[in-house]
Design a protein around this ligand. Structure first.
Ligand code: NAD
Length: 255
């Protein structure tokens, strides 16, 4: 079997939100394998600590933080703590989200506020943290989590889809705003990865249907997304900026 070639990210200090489980945890482990020092933030502090322990057990370097990333002050304090420990922050992965699908009539203000905080406001605070703690001479990188829902209307996903569209728009706006300061801003748009959060909104039958209909005829894997993020952080992607990289087996292309 061919040896897996990992990009060299050993000069990077990377903060990942929502990294206590799912795609965020997997990205933390993979980026660490590529040599990065990772900051693992999650509202569920025990899960964040567990991710950091797994990174360290595999020989990597990690700090974990209990943080509700929807709050500007809480995010800023957590990022400052991480930057103080590690000297700087070179990249932020705005991964956290609260996933919920429900029909229009069921949507409450409390749900909208919670989803906006976890999935959209946090991406603004994460971008601010990168600007504040990066090395201005070297630059930095922001990666947001988009989704195939931005290209097509899926019933019952209105709040989630609107947030993912907003995060995608933020990616392009900040690419224009921050590019001159050597900050690359991109998004990954994974598709149909049955993470703990996703399994809470899609049942097994839905995933079986998707595995049959996705053009590449399988579900997404955490590792698909990990590799895309590592590539976007690597020097090989030095001129890739403002992009939405679809990692979805063709879902978006065939929508
Ligand atoms: N799984 C998929 O198929 C898929 C597809 C497209 C996009 N995404 C995106 O990928 C990202 C990760 O999704 P996932 O599937 O791993 O979900 P998940 O629910 O399994 O993980 C999300 C993590 O975010 C944390 N979190 C939630 N609210 C938070 C808050 N306020 N502060 C700090 N942490 C908070 C949770 O505790 C959890 O650990 C999300 O942005 C999601 O929209 C996932």
């Amino acid at each position: 079997m061919a040896k897996e070639l990992l990009p060299d990210l050993s000069d990077l200090v990377v903060l990942i939100t929502g990294a206590g489980r799912g795609l965020g945890r997997s990205a933390a482990l993979h980026l660490s394998r590529c040599g990065a020092v990772v900051g693992v933030a999650d509202i569920d502090g025990a899960s964040a600590a567990d991710t950091a322990a797994k990174v360290k057990a595999a020989g990597g370097q990690a700090d974990s933080f209990t943080c509700d990333v929807s709050g500007q002050d809480a995010f800023a304090a957590m990022a400052a703590d991480f930057a103080k420990r590690r000297g700087r922050i070179d990249a932020v992965i705005n991964n956290a989200a609260f996933l919920k699908y429900e029909p229009l009539e069921s949507v409450t203000e409390a749900t909208v506020d919670k989803m906006l905080g976890a999935g959209f406001k946090s991406a603004i605070w994460g971008s601010q943290a990168l600007v504040r703690h990066m090395r201005p001479d070297i630059g930095g990188s922001i990666i947001n989590l988009s989704s195939p829902v931005i290209v097509r209307g899926y019933p019952t996903t209105l709040v989630y889809s609107a947030i993912k569209s907003a995060v995608t728009s933020l990616t392009r706006t900040l690419a224009a705003e921050l590019g001159p300061r050597k900050i690359r801003v991109n998004a990954v748009a994974p598709g149909s990865v049955p993470t703990p959060g996703a399994l809470g909104i899609n049942d097994a039958a839905e995933y079986e249907r998707r595995a049959r209909t996705i053009p590449l005829r399988r579900l997404g894997r955490e590792s698909d997304n990990d590799k895309a993020i590592a590539f976007l952080l690597s020097r090989d992607a030095e001129f890739i900026h403002g992009a939405v990289l679809q990692v979805d087996g063709g879902i978006s292309a065939s929508a």
